[in-house]
Design a protein around this ligand. Structure first.
Ligand code: CP
Ligand code: NVA
Length: 312
């Protein structure tokens, strides 16, 4: 048996780690947002440091975590793995053992999900997945927070994801199904989301009496959408697959597609957007777009995630 698993601590590696906790976490994030705008925040992270290890670039995730930690009196330490011994072959497990002696939590963006799992297993402090090739759970907490702010509920709300069946799509399907939203996913053939994530989302949807549909027709998919969500067609780490983009003809979120959805549909994108590729300027800068509210909510939802995992 691996003795390190005997230490009780709370990680966020995959969306299902928030099973039974997600709605409370979202509500806490909404409260923290109001609090942050109206009063001084309590120093709940005082004397605590956090390591942020980013193997890939980041604007929102890195800066929102750094700012959220600072807001509560904590100290973020940004680390590029190339400047660490990890970059010269020190194992993930030794890195986990050592960082656990220094800091109160690790936020890790990785190319390979197996390294995130390994770090979580070998650390005695909470580890947060800041995006890997399979999931992006922190993003989806912010997205669901944004939806709750706009609609005040999840039941009978439909979100339609159009584009690549990638890490964001996987976490979105599971997260949306966990809170009881209806979800429709439209991807080109061959770019559907991982079946394991579809099955997990189906299980939650069935428990919550909501629906999940996977299809290859974006026009049909958006028909009853309250929210249309898209993401890049070529994710970080896939740059060699640039040719992939040609499979996405017809999947651009443009005004033509938006007009096929409900009249008051809202458009979401986790950002960074490739304007003119998966989404047009006309849409992202329109009254339909809530992408910058979504981005702002990264700050408040990262704060809620940290406080929740640290149980403060
Ligand atoms: N949405 C998101 O995770 O953005 P970054 O890559 O800038 O962190
Ligand atoms: N799917 C994208 C999300 C970026 C936030 C990627 O992995 O690059």
């Amino acid at each position: 048996m691996d003795i390190y698993r005997l230490i009780m601590k709370h990680d966020l590696i995959v969306m299902v780690d928030l099973e039974g906790e997600l709605e409370n976490l979202i509500d806490r994030a909404i409260i923290l947002k109001k609090q942050a705008k109206s009063e001084a925040l309590p120093e709940l992270l005082k004397n605590k440091s956090f390591a942020l290890i980013f193997e890939k670039p980041s604007t929102r995730t890195r800066i929102s975590f750094e700012a959220a930690i600072a807001q509560f009196g904590g100290h973020p330490i940004y680390l590029n793995p190339n400047d660490m011994q990890m970059g010269r072959g020190e194992t993930i497990s030794d890195t986990g053992y050592v960082l656990s002696r220094f800091v109160s939590g690790i936020i890790y963006r990785a190319f390979d999900y197996r390294n995130v799992v390994e770090l979580a297993k070998k650390s005695t402090i909470p580890v947060i997945n800041a995006l890997d090739n399979r999931e992006h759970p922190c993003q989806i907490v912010a997205d669901l927070m944004t939806i709750k702010e706009k609609k005040k509920k999840f039941k009978d709300v439909t979100i339609c994801y159009v584009g690549d069946g990638n890490n964001v799509c996987n976490s979105l399907m599971v997260g949306a199904a966990m809170v009881g939203m209806n979800i429709v996913v439209a991807t080109p053939k061959g770019h559907e989301p991982d079946l394991a994530y579809v099955k997990t989302a189906e299980k939650f949807a069935s428990n919550n009496k909501s629906s999940i549909k996977i299809m290859n027709d974006p026009v049909k998919a958006v028909k009853d959408a309250d929210f249309i969500y898209t993401d890049v067609w070529v994710s970080m780490g896939e740059e060699k697959l640039k040719d992939k983009e040609k499979d996405f003809d017809g999947y651009q979120v443009n005004m033509n597609l938006v007009k096929k959805a409900k009249k008051n549909v809202m458009v979401m994108h986790c950002l960074p957007a490739h304007r003119g590729v998966e989404i047009t300027d006309e849409v992202i800068d329109s009254k339909y777009s809530i992408v910058f509210d979504q981005a702002e909510n990264r700050l408040h939802s990262e704060a809620a995630i940290l406080l929740h995992l640290l149980e403060v």
